[in-house]
Each structure stands twice: as C-alpha cells, then as structure tokens.
Design a protein around this ligand. Structure first.
Ligand code: AMP
Length: 112
C-alpha cells in the first residue's frame, strides 16, 4: 500500500479537509506554500500517465472539487495553482496520483 492509500484507509493520520466516496483531500506534510493541499483518489492509481478512460469521471470530480477546497482554504479570490507531477523529471515522489493545490502566496512562473 502507498502512504496515500494508508491515509485514505485512515490507517495513518492526516489533516483531512474533504472526503468523498472515492477521493479525499488533506494538507501536505511539507507545505511549499501557505496553502498546500493534496487531492488524492482512494484507490491506487500510480500517476496520470497510467490513467485510463474509465478514470475520467473520478479525475473530473477531483478537479471539480478543487475550487471548493480552495474556497474553504481562503485562496479562491487570491488564486491557486493545481499541479500533477508525473515521473522523475517532474519530481514525483509518491507513486499514487495526487493533485497539488497551492496558494496563499505569489507563485513563480515558469515553475522550477
Ligand atoms: P510528489 O512529489 O508530487 O509525488 O508529491 C508528494 C507529496 O506528498 C509531497 O509534497 C510530500 O510532502 C507529500 N507527502 C508525503 N507524505 C505525506 C503524508 N504522510 N501526509 C501528507 N503529505 C505527504
């Protein structure tokens, strides 16, 4: 099991801000911005590069949840960024798909 599957199963603690039947959102343990939340499917899907057409509904619902999660975190008006790291060069460190939601400061572009 990945660490995110264990969080989804409530086997290890996390600061959960939103939970549905098939995904949840929780604060990142090493925040890179004042708001840094991860949106994570409950079932194991390693990365976006391995997603299948059958994952479209789940991925869509995760993306559509982001504005509400951002609003609850207080960054809907100031802005936020959604990031998915896929593979080594992108800095993927947990092989379980997750969407980073970052906000609360001015973010650089292009990203490093
Ligand atoms: P990535 O580098 O895109 O794979 O992102 C993985 C993210 O998971 C990093 O930002 C880590 O800080 C975060 N992370 C790792 N373990 C935990 C945990 N137990 N609870 C919350 N966030 C975690």
């Amino acid at each position: 099991m990945t660490i995110f599957e264990k969080i989804a199963a409530h086997e290890i603690p996390a600061r959960i801000v939103c939970e549905t039947e098939d995904f949840l959102a929780f604060h990142d343990v090493q925040p890179q911005a004042p708001v840094h939340i991860l949106i994570v499917p409950k079932r194991a899907l390693p990365r976006i590069g391995e997603a299948q057409p059958g994952d479209a509904d789940l991925l869509g619902r995760m993306l559509l949840a982001a504005p509400g999660i951002a609003a609850a975190a207080g960054v809907a008006e100031t802005g936020y960024r959604l990031v998915i790291n896929n593979g080594r060069d992108a800095g993927e460190s947990v092989p379980h798909l997750h969407i980073h939601l970052l906000g609360g400061r001015s973010l650089q572009w292009p990203p490093g």
